[in-house]
Design a protein around this ligand. Structure first.
Ligand SMILES: Cc1cc2nc3c(=O)[nH]c(=O)nc-3n(C[C@H](O)[C@H](O)[C@H](O)COP(=O)(O)OP(=O)(O)OC[C@H]3O[C@@H](n4cnc5c(N)ncnc54)[C@H](O)[C@@H]3O)c2cc1C
Length: 438
């Protein structure tokens, strides 16, 4: 087994303290029970607050999973471009879905403002730097499609992307000024506080271990108690367990690892992301990076880790930082942490009615801060009685991935394959720049 380094999360070290919640220790009734206290579940609970008696069950602590460990990049839009989404979902749902994803970052920043959530939110935009000319061509199409819909986005030339990122490695890119950054753990803790203030009862260290139909209602059991309710919202994303095994098999959980440097000295800080944007590039195994409020560079990418990050994966991330920012050679690293990203086969989030009264929203493919927050709102609207045909996100039937276990192994192999493809492309680019290889 390869050596590992201790987990140290930058966000856990710097977050605003959260509310203390207790485990469930008795039998309760609710009008809606939400499983999972990340952005999806807490946004659902917040949007239901007041209108329904809501209980939230969380297996660990608020924000301990993806919502508290992610890169904090608030990215509007999905992996698919707007024209593609409209083709996929037709003339009614297509434009409605595009409008939903276009406004997803607004929902995050509006909630932060309305509920006074202290989470270092800034909205100076998100950059996607291109790693090749082919990637830049795809970006140009994306920019044209979003501009055609009135979005505040702009294609970036090589000098512009170099200026905004402080890296000379990219072939241009685009900036989406709807995006921004948050301290992700402070954001999810703020949502929990707001949901509780709106009336939700939140129980932590209370995994739902069994879901049973009792007459027209559902009962969720935990080690210490149970909740009976006519409506269940499953908001468990990459951490979906065997509670509803067919739902678990709709996703491939993929690990993503981040590292954070010490605060950059001011001489370097002026050149690295000087205007405060965040960035995720176009490698197959993309690299995402930003500064934290103290000027640490935070960089993440796919990376294996078990209970603790594998040392080899951490070193791989250090190399990636040096490649993007050679000027950071010799900088010290203070933090290493990660979590699981839920990937779906169609690269889209999914909204399902798993059984009558059991709703699920999940599968954000690494773009969940904005989308999970919006999905929570949509789940709340559905639970409050909006017909599924009127929701602003398509409801699809549950489609477990055939041979799921092998798909997970396949994903691991695919990651290694894509790392090799990216590595070769980087080598080729380096030699081409040096004039050695055609
Ligand atoms: C390392 C990393 C970096 C990322 N970076 C970004 C980024 O920069 N920008 C972006 O937009 N997205 C990013 N993402 C994705 C984003 O974090 C997720 O899409 C989002 O947090 C999903 O929120 P959620 O509430 O659906 O799931 P989660 O936050 O994972 O919450 C699900 C919760 O369900 C609980 N749970 C599961 N099963 C049970 C059960 N049986 N009973 C009770 N509770 C249960 C889990 O304990 C967990 O707390 C990143 C993800 C990772 C892991």
């Amino acid at each position: 087994m390869s050596a590992s380094v201790p987990v140290r999360s930058l966000w856990a070290a710097t977050a605003a303290p959260g509310t203390e919640f207790e485990p469930l220790t008795h039998e309760v009734r609710a009008q809606v029970v939400v499983v999972g206290a990340g952005y999806t579940g807490l946004s659902a609970a917040l949007h239901l607050g007041g209108a329904r008696d809501v209980v939230v069950l969380e297996a660990s602590e608020v924000g301990e999973r993806a919502s508290g460990v992610n890169g904090g990049q608030v990215i509007p839009g999905l992996k698919h471009d707007p024209d593609t989404l409209e083709e996929m979902f037709g003339p009614v749902m297509g434009p409605r879905l595009v409008a939903t994803v276009a406004g997803a970052a607004d929902v995050v920043f509006d909630l932060i403002r309305q509920h006074d959530i202290a989470c270092a939110a800034i909205r100076t935009g998100w950059i996607q730097p291109a790693t090749s000319d082919a990637a830049l061509e795809a970006i140009a199409t994306r920019v044209a499609q979003w501009r055609g819909r009135g979005a505040d986005v702009q294609l970036l030339s090589v000098p512009q992307v170099t200026q905004l990122t402080g890296s000379q490695r990219y072939s241009g890119g685009w900036i989406d000024r709807r995006g921004g950054t948050v301290q992700p753990l402070s954001y999810v803790r703020g949502l929990a506080r707001a949901a509780q203030t709106a009336g939700a009862r939140i129980f932590v260290r209370s995994p739902a271990t069994r879901l049973e139909r009792i007459g027209r209602e559902w009962r969720l059991s935990t080690p210490g108690g149970s909740v009976t309710s006519p409506t269940v919202i499953l908001a468990t994303d990459a951490y979906t367990d065997g509670l509803v095994d067919s739902l678990r098999r709709t996703l491939i959980p993929v690990p993503s690892l981040q590292v954070a440097t010490e605060p950059l000295p001011s001489s370097l800080r002026q050149s690295v992301l000087p205007e405060g944007q965040s960035a995720s590039d176009t490698w197959h195994l993309l690299r995402y990076f930003r500064l934290d409020p103290c000027g640490r560079l935070v960089m993440g990418s796919r990376g294996a880790f078990g209970a603790a990050p594998a040392a080899v994966a951490v070193r791989h991330h250090y190399r990636a930082v040096r490649e993007i920012y050679p000027q950071l050679e010799g900088i010290r690293y203070e933090f290493h942490w990660g979590g699981l990203v839920a990937m779906t086969r169609d690269h889209l989030p999914h909204l399902h009615e798993v059984a009558p009264g059991v709703l699920a929203g999940l599968g954000y493919n690494g773009r969940g801060i904005a989308m999970a927050t919006v999905m929570g709102r949509i789940l709340a609207q559905w639970a409050l009685g909006t017909p599924s045909s009127e929701l602003s996100f398509p409801v699809t039937s549950l489609a477990p991935i055939p041979l799921h276990r092998f798909n997970q192994m396949g994903a691991r192999l695919a990651i290694q394959g894509l790392r090799a493809v990216d590595g070769l492309a980087r080598l080729r680019a380096r030699f081409t720049a040096a004039g050695s290889v055609p």
